[in-house]
Write a protein that binds this ligand. Structure first.
Ligand SMILES: [Zn+2]
Length: 335
């Protein structure tokens, strides 16, 4: 039964962003086909930070380790000796090294040092990890030892710059249960798991079915999979904690503009459900999704932020980074 009274324990709004610039799309796109979005992300990030600060939103920025560098000499010195040998060699971001410019000013596609610094200056923002090289945990050819070397390199560059990495997002959401103990050894307290419904289950990219893609698209507009919210007690289990995604914030689409209202309602509805029932709603996207149509995307984000505030007033709905929620889960699981 639904009431308008606040739940016994408040619900939580979690936002995580996969911050990767060109490293997240290099195997599929070129600077010609997607470069404008990547450069657009550099404009979108300060705009998003201003909004997060205005609304006091706490956000986890899962950052590719290679983005921490500002100069090629530093980047080359920070590479792990051991690198993944994917069967599909094009998946390895190390093939892009020869084309990198000397620094962030000369090559804004591949360096993010200044942006990471900007993020860290805004209250409530968590600098987290999206692995060092945008590592694919389910692709053939790579091994657990490769993954360990990759994540250790991410921890090393972050530590050098004064950041403690605690939360992880698996690139392409290729979640690999066998790698969780490695994450924990390297200080990771939580990761973003996938939505429970069948269309969000991940194998390697090649194993994705068209049905899954179509169902995910439909689910963005009408409820196929439900609100995808959950009680903290349900996830206060094994460490590192799984803080599953509830919803991907699809970029604003001119082509699907008539359906934009449905898309927003689906997100706001999930937030309301979480706030009323003391559950977690976890929204995610990539900054480069805002790299085109920035005004439209920012308008959607503002409506989400305003809805959060309304839910905070009415139900005590809270905003937390993944690391902050993981601290509470650790307390819950110890009881
Ligand atoms: Zn990614």
């Amino acid at each position: 039964m639904t009431t308008n009274r606040p739940p016994a324990a408040p619900g939580t709004f979690v936002i995580s962003l996969d911050f990767e610039l060109m490293w997240g799309v290099r195997d599929l796109q070129t600077k010609e086909t997607y470069g404008a979005n990547v450069l657009g992300a550099r404009v979108a990030i300060p705009a998003m930070l201003a909004l997060f600060e205005e609304f006091g939103l706490h956000v986890t920025w899962a950052t590719v380790g290679l983005l921490f560098f500002g100069k090629k000499t530093d980047l080359l010195a920070g590479l792990p000796a051991r690198r993944p040998a994917y069967t599909d060699a094009n998946l390895s971001n190390y093939v892009a090294l020869p084309e990198l410019g000397p620094d962030e000013a000369a090559d804004p596609y591949y360096y993010g040092h200044e942006l990471v610094a900007q993020i860290s200056r805004v209250p409530g923002q968590e600098v987290a990890t999206h692995t060092f090289s945008h590592y694919y945990c389910l692709e053939p050819g790579q091994t657990p030892a490769d993954f360990r070397a990759d994540l250790a390199a991410a921890v090393a560059v972050a530590t050098q710059q004064g950041y403690q990495l605690r939360s992880l997002v698996f690139p392409r959401n290729q979640y690999n249960a066998a790698y969780l103990s490695i994450c924990q050894e390297l200080g990771i307290t939580s990761y973003r798991g996938n939505e429970a419904a069948w269309m969000y289950q991940k194998q390697s990219e090649a194993a994705q079915t068209p049905w899954q893609r179509a169902a995910r698209l439909l689910d963005a507009y009408v409820s196929v999979s439900g609100p995808n919210t959950y009680k903290p007690a349900e996830i206060a289990k094994n460490k590192p904690f799984d803080i599953p995604a509830s919803r991907f914030l699809r970029p604003w689409s001119g082509r699907l503009a008539p359906l934009e209202g449905l898309r927003l309602r689906r997100i706001l509805g999930g937030m309301t459900h979480a706030a009323r029932h003391g559950e977690v709603f976890h929204l995610w996207w990539h900054p480069h999704n805002f790299g085109a149509n920035l005004p439209q995307n920012m308008a959607v984000l503002r409506q989400i932020a305003e809805h959060f505030w309304a839910l905070q007033r009415q139900y005590g709905f809270r905003t937390q980074t993944m690391a902050e929620l993981a601290d509470e889960l650790a307390y819950l699981s110890a009881k």
